[in-house]
Design a protein around this ligand. Sequence first.
Ligand code: COA
Length: 357
Amino acid sequence: MSADQAKGYGLEGVNAADTRISHVDGERGQLVIIGSDVEQLAASTGFEQVAHAMLEQGRGEPIASTALGDARVRAWELLPRLGDALAATDGMDSLRAALAHIWATSDDIADAVTAIGAAPVFVAAWNRTHRGLAPIAPSPELDHATDYLRMTTGDLPDPAASKALGAYLVTVSDHGMNASTFTARVIASTASDLISSVVGAVGALKGPLHGGAPGPVLDMLDAIGTPANAEAWLLNELAAGNRIMGMGHRIYRVRDPRAAVLELAVKPLNTPRLGLAHAVETAAAKILRERKPDRPLAANVEFYTAVLLDAVGLPREQFSPTFAVGRVAGWCAHVLEQRRTGKLIRPASTYVGQMPS
Ligand code: COA
């Protein structure tokens, strides 16, 4: 953004895009999160460490290692106060309504830990309620990914599934100034509270152009069924005027690096869907290349998100809320960062209507 543009946005003296949380290079297909390539971070670092590192930016004392487990327990205690939030048909509606029941305090870090801890508890409780099952209380001694899976399925997951889900949560924890993160920052910039920022961000993430695609990707893989059907099915979909879910990205002009990270993370789970997903991706990339030679459209994060979340045992209606379980860390970190600028984000509009005569 130029200085002149920044002036129009009420951002004089600050560069609106300055962030230490993550960096997206769409031409090279690189994603850096808190100083590490996403490939390395997802393979070697737990979600808790990544979330803590994001929140600790610019702050003296470290967050206690038990903080997220404790926050899950506090969220569980809130369940009786959530009204009918868990009865919502849609998991994102439920998460939005449930998080809105958290009263914000004046301590942003405490609220951030509360929100990050609450998301998996609320989502798992929603899904079990939805299936006519009783919610399951968190085990604070477990890691975040393992406990989330256990609260959803009722069983202690296979370590390989926990590891794959942990890699997923890290991979989606932040991604530059995406739509939901921008939403969170705009709300924070008004000096509103962190919980309001997170609730607004959930609303932005819900849409299929942002976080709503992985469920439809799995529907697509189911509908295609075998690699031999891929091309005909995809051509039919495009002829009907639909987009291929899980393909294309606003920033990446090459394959989304997170697709490779998730593909690698899901491999040890030996899901038969992986082979089908490769075939569909190859066919979709070829067709889209022929249709749109000037606009590279490759697999995005949602393509292999669908395969991974299905392989770890999460039901497809829980895919978008699971994205929120990971991304809430980035939202909170951006709220803290936005606070430090102390500036209101106020985009300019261009009036194209009639003027009074
Ligand atoms: N399938 C078919 N065509 C696609 C496409 C897709 N997945 N993604 C983009 N295109 C086409 C558009 O139809 C458009 O064609 P046109 O110029 O003839 O109208 C062109 O490519 C540019 O699309 P546009 O919507 O301007 O690009 P964008 O940067 O705004 O879109 C997405 C980015 C992600 C919204 C878009 O690629 C998309 O809708 N993908 C499918 C949904 C998805 O996977 N979402 C998850 C994102 S992480």
